[in-house]
Design a protein around this ligand. Structure first.
Ligand code: NPQ
Ligand code: MG
Length: 370
């Protein structure tokens, strides 16, 4: 396959309500889409999950666009034997920038699999036609507001609830949700690195609430404190920001820094590396689940394919489109009995609809190639 044309689209989708985490508030999702045409005349779509600002991770949207244009596409277009499977190796001379690489690899996978008539789900090794999904609930101004939000999501049928936490918003919201909705609700928390080693004793108090897991309480590079917490708390510790590759996952598991892994394809450089993490965790008996980055329908479709692999035994942050957007750029994903259907068409199985894309479009950038 050869790349003939690439367009980079920036889109902005207003959120149905502001989404607050320990690292900031979002009112819009701005995303970068890679539309790539090959010499087979096939179009592939990729989505870069970098946010506008480098707050969740060091990558950010305009930086990713620059890296894709200036460094990633040139090494790929120069190769006469380009394939999705070889893309990561070809892009290796560019250090880091995993979200940018993941977006390009996703577009190549989509194009290649569309041409072959194979779905991404089948290609990755999916074993389910639909998957149970969860919802991530932002930090709110009051407990009442939180309870109302959680009530709505449980009413919609979500299979589990994840509460964003930070110092000052942790034990009380968790206790309130447990008291209101009972112990049968699958409940977990995500701190997005907001705690420090002095908080170890405080975090142990979360053991009272029967949580499925606590996600990333400490800094991305602080495996040691995660291991200390894991040794002292009954609640399983899960890592998100710390895991940027399959090798990181091996290191974290060996050090006892986590017993569950959040897999986000963008964070680890693509769906193929994400599958490697799935494979090694499955072999080690470690549960994994698919994280979320407020993806448009494109990334959501590909995440569903990944989450259909056998080792994804916990519900992912793959909510219905309506959880985030009034109008997605694709046909919306709709919850059915707490589950979303895994797309079965060729490639990622979905593409932007013209009107949806036009409504969200900020800029389109045609990349001059070689
Ligand atoms: C997490 N996601 O697991 C992230 C972090 C996150 C669904 O909780 C814009 C784009 C805002 C990506 C906020 C969820 C975001 C974002 C939070 C990702 O840590
Ligand atoms: Mg997280």
């Amino acid at each position: 396959m050869k790349i003939e044309q690439v367009a980079l689209h920036e889109v902005a989708l207003p959120l149905v309500s502001p989404f607050r985490t320990s690292v900031g508030v979002q009112e819009h999702r701005v995303a970068l889409l890679v539309e790539l045409r090959t010499d087979d005349g096939v179009t592939g779509w990729g989505e870069c999950v970098a946010e506008e600002d480098p707050s969740y991770a060091s990558e950010y949207l305009s930086g990713a666009r620059e890296v894709i244009r200036r460094f990633l596409l040139p090494v790929l277009t120069a190769d006469p034997r380009l394939s999705a499977a070889r893309a990561a190796e070809l892009m290796k001379p560019v250090r880091g920038h995993r979200m940018a690489k993941a977006a390009v690899e996703m577009a190549l996978l989509d194009a290649e699999l569309r041409r072959a008539g194979i779905s991404l789900a089948e290609h990755l090794g999916a074993v389910r036609e639909s998957v149970p999904v969860g919802v991530s609930v932002g930090i709110m101004d009051s407990l009442d507001e939180l309870i109302t939000a959680v009530d709505g999501y449980l009413g919609a049928g979500y299979a589990r609830i994840k509460l964003k936490i930070e110092p000052g918003w942790d034990l009380e919201p968790v206790a309130a949700v447990r008291e209101t909705f009972g112990s049968a609700v699958a409940l977990q928390v995500d701190a997005n690195t907001a705690y420090s080693p002095v908080d170890l004793a405080h975090l142990r108090k979360l053991d009272a609430f029967g949580l499925t897991l606590i996600e990333q309480p400490f800094a991305p590079d602080d495996l040691e404190t995660h291991a200390r917490l894991a040794a002292r708390i009954d609640t399983p510790v899960c890592l998100d920001e710390s895991i940027t590759s399959a090798r990181d996952a091996v290191t974290a598991l060996r050090q006892g820094a986590c017993s569950i892994v959040n897999v986000k394809p963008g964070r680890v450089g693509g769906y193929l590396e994400a599958r490697r993490i799935h494979d090694l965790c499955q072999a080690a008996g470690v549960p994994v689940w698919c994280g979320g980055m407020l993806e448009t329908g494109l990334g959501r479709a590909a995440n569903l394919a990944l989450a259909a692999l056998p080792g994804f035994t916990l519900p992912g942050d793959i909510s219905a489109s309506a959880r985030y957007f009034h109008r997605d750029i694709t046909d919306p994903f709709v919850l059915e009995g707490g589950r979303l259907r895994v797309p079965s068409g060729p490639g990622i199985g979905i593409a932007p609809d013209a009107a949806g894309l036009a409504a969200a479009l900020v800029t389109t950038d045609l990349v001059p190639l070689g």
